[in-house]
Design a protein around this ligand. Structure first.
Ligand SMILES: Nc1ncnc2c1ncn2[C@@H]1O[C@H](COP(=O)(O)OP(=O)(O)OP(=O)(O)O)[C@@H](O)[C@H]1O
Length: 757
């Protein structure tokens, strides 16, 4: 019945259509929502010569912008116009008696659908941009955290190549962005958004995937510029906010397409296309949206469905662009496929910039390559990394002459200096005139001053020194992390200055801080580092790793994550990581810090066995450890090597000889002092407090010791309650050397200044 009525022939006059009855209007406006502003239904009744004019005004309240609510001026105007017309019509006719009866009624309404679809399409460039930004910020924090925690440098020292490092991150995020793109498209389709349902699957997948990769590439580039996680996340959030605002504005087709008109310089458009992935994303999104999504017509307040976007549409310029720009020239408009090419360009641009900046921006240790490094022939050529040691020593001495006065050094240090530079010296590790200066101007700090050291095979060289003496700096330079300011180090005929990566392949390093992956177990760490060192998976390798774990008592916790380990356990794990891959040189920076005495002894035993055919450089603050492990002990102070030799030699040279402690009653103290002075001429009383007399005897006084000891033992005068004797400890040696050095400090400073002038 409704359809029959709609077949009525519509005659339009002055924008007014005459229809047969009120039901027709009701049915029509129900079928054609928001196409009619008013309906008027007249009900004219004649009764005994009186004509009653009754009418009803139907209005459309769905579009308030028309002002068609019941109190609007439009309705008042219409009612007044009709009333006037009736009055005019009735005026002068005695048969017509007009009675006015006005009835107001709203149009019937249907449930309104399609708003969420419209909103998704209109705000898509900013909404879907944010989805990829979550991964973008995650990338920034994850990659920079590997720099901040030094995990990355630890892996590089263990042989990880930078190209492999970046490729592995690229693969991880390639997968993340693919999953993200795929699920965005699938969920878009499931939710029934016409942008997704009416667009070719591959077009959508490509758009979201390329955009994700472009943002990922940009993230990798940013990570090369920052070393702190907090800063990287701050940058990520700033880009998120800027991008969101940018896309909210330029994701609108009118503003977006203006970039392809002659109202804006094309240089701006090109710069944005080549550099800003989210600008390209907006353009492609708008192109697709205009063809595929349902659109809301403001004039008719109607939603009209899009025709759909196919793969072929990629190569054509968006036609809808022109319909909105009748007066604007869009001569520069490009097909959507160009936008995809720009995204590809963004991916390669940022990835290549990342690789380049990663080499030229100083890392946290200040290491970097010159900005023209890729122009150097050595970068491309297969280089001979082995250096003739004789010419190397000569070159280094010429190029980096000593800035300190060698003659002022201790005899042994001078001897060692000469030995290191001798032609006949075949030691595998030689450090010649090594110098390191941090900072400049007022913050200039000389950390290492012309150190010359030689390390022999099968030996442990223990470096002792106060905090800030320059031990870790020396280690960082050997491991290729920190560049030397002067001098060089030769490791198995490879120069650290020239080929740090080649030197790293010889090294096993246990850094001062534990650089562990908190979610990996002990055995996984060992497997990872074995892999980085190029070891093949095999039963023998697994057995070796198990034995290493057993040797430092970590076997029982091998499958627990490292974050659950105590400080000492982490230290032991770091220690055995340094031994993975059978390195010929091992650097142990305070390997037993925080370890209990029992476990420390396991580590010592392991080092003792492991040092065979290897060079081990060990720094420690434990004199006991240096005494137990060090074949040679080197004491550093203020960047100088102050003493070198084996433990006994150092004790003889710098020690106080022997120490005798005697417990006496207070009334006998003076008597015993007199006896001691008489029996040992020149005996030095170190302390006489708390009822004990403590005497230091030099090695020259050793002849008097038997007689004095006999007296104390026999105790003929009954002065002695008890007594004991000990030889000098390494700690005393250390304190004496440091004490001597602090006296020289002022003189050295003056000399150094003179030399540098
Ligand atoms: N990156 C740096 N920038 C500026 N100065 C530094 C840097 N690293 C070290 N230094 C300075 O160089 C000197 C030597 O430091 P280094 O870490 O080598 O000492 P250390 O002997 O290993 O001390 P510790 O026993 O505390 O580890 C110190 O004065 C230190 O402040």
């Amino acid at each position: 019945m409704k359809d029959d009525k709609l077949k009525y022939e519509i005659k339009e006059r002055h924008n007014i259509i005459h229809v047969p009855n009120g039901d027709f209007i009701y049915n029509y406006v129900t079928e054609h929502q928001n196409s009619t502003r008013f309906g008027l239904v007249f009900d004219i009744k004649k009764d005994q010569g009186t004509t009653n004019y009754r009418y009803q005004v139907l209005y459309n309240s769905t579009a308030n912008f028309n002002g068609t609510d019941s109190y609007s001026t439009h309705i008042v105007s219409i009612a007044r116009g009709i009333d006037e017309a009736i009055v005019k019509f009735a005026n002068g006719d005695p048969n017509i008696k007009a009675e006015f009866d006005l009835d107001l009624k709203d149009f019937p309404k249907l449930g309104f659908e399609g708003y969420q679809d419209y909103i998704a399409s209109a705000n898509g460039p900013s909404v879907f941009f944010v989805v990829s930004m979550v991964i973008f910020i995650n990338m920034l924090s994850n990659i920079v955290s590997e720099k901040e925690t030094k995990v990355r440098y630890s892996m590089e020292m263990m042989g990880l190549k930078r190209s492999v490092y970046w490729t592995s991150w690229a693969i991880v995020y390639f997968i993340f962005f693919f999953i993200n793109a795929f699920s965005t498209v699938i969920f878009g389709k499931l939710f029934g958004y016409t942008f997704f349902t009416k667009t070719d699957f591959m077009v959508l997948l490509l758009l979201f995937f390329l955009f994700g990769l472009a943002m990922g590439s940009m993230a990798i580039f940013i990570t090369t510029l920052v070393n702190k996680v907090k800063l990287s996340v701050l940058i990520g959030i700033s880009i998120l906010i800027i991008g969101f605002m940018f896309n909210s504005i330029f994701g609108n087709d009118i503003l977006c397409y203006l970039f392809w008109s002659d109202s804006i310089s094309q240089n701006w458009r090109k710069a944005f296309s080549y550099l800003i992935p989210f600008f390209n994303f907006s353009k492609a999104f708008v192109d697709i949206k205009n063809k595929a999504s349902s659109t809301y017509n403001v004039a008719t307040t109607m939603i009209s469905e899009g025709e759909g976007y196919t793969w072929e549409d990629l190569s054509s310029k968006p036609e809808t662009a022109y319909s909105n720009f009748e007066d604007t020239n869009l001569d520069y408009m490009e097909p959507t496929s160009y936008t995809f090419y720009y995204l590809l360009f963004n991916i390669f641009l940022y990835f290549i910039l990342a690789l380049y900046f990663d080499n030229i921006i100083p890392n946290i240790y200040g290491n970097r390559k010159p900005f023209y490094y890729f122009l150097l022939p050595s970068y491309w050529k297969n280089k001979n990394i082995y250096i003739n040691e004789r010419s190397w020593v000569k070159n280094i001495l010429n190029k980096y002459p000593s800035k300190i006065n060698i003659k002022n050094l201790d005899d042994d240090v001078q001897e060692h200096y000469k030995y290191t530079c001798e032609k006949s010296n075949k030691d595998p590790v030689k450090i010649v005139n090594l110098r390191k200066i941090y900072g400049a101007g007022k913050s200039r700090k000389i950390a290492v001053r012309n150190t010359c050291l030689s390390m022999g095979k099968g030996k442990v060289l223990a470096l002792l020194g106060q905090n800030g003496a320059g031990k870790s700096t020396t280690m960082n330079i050997i491991s290729g992390l920190s560049p030397p300011t002067g001098g060089d180090i030769l490791v198995y005929n490879k120069s650290v200055r020239k080929y740090p990566e080649a030197v790293q392949s010889e090294l096993g390093i246990c850094p001062q801080e534990d650089i562990l992956f908190k979610d990996l177990t002990a055995i996984e760490h060992l497997r990872l580092y074995s892999g980085l060192k190029g070891a093949e998976d095999s039963v023998e390798l697994e057995e070796l790793l198990i034995n290493r774990l057993k040797s430092v008592q970590l076997y029982t916790v091998r499958n627990a994550r490292s974050k659950t380990y105590s400080g000492g356990m982490k230290r032991r794990l770091s220690m055995i990581i340094a031994t993975i891959g059978d390195p010929r040189v091992i650097l142990l920076d305070e390997p037993t810090t925080g370890m209990d005495p029992v476990n420390r002894r396991y580590v010592w035993r392991f080092v003792e066995e492991f040092k065979k055919d290897r060079c081990i450089l060990l720094t420690t603050h434990s004199m006991e450890e240096a005494d137990a492990l060090g074949d040679d002990i080197c004491i550093m102070s203020r960047g100088f090597v102050k003493a070198i030799g084996n433990s006994i030699h150092l004790k003889n040279k710098f020690g106080n000889g022997y120490r005798i402690s005697v417990l006496v009653d207070s009334e006998n103290m003076e008597n015993l002092k007199a006896v001691a002075s008489q029996m040992v001429p020149g005996i030095h009383l170190a302390d006489d407090s708390a009822g004990a007399l403590i005497y230091d005897l030099s090695y020259q006084q050793a002849n008097y010791i038997p007689k004095f000891v006999k007296y104390l033992d026999e105790n003929p005068d009954h002065y002695v309650n008890s007594w004991g004797m000990s030889q000098t400890t390494l700690e005393e040696v250390f304190l004496n050397v440091i004490h001597e050095d602090s006296k020289r400090k002022f003189k050295d400073k003056k000399e150094e200044l003179k030399k540098e002038e």
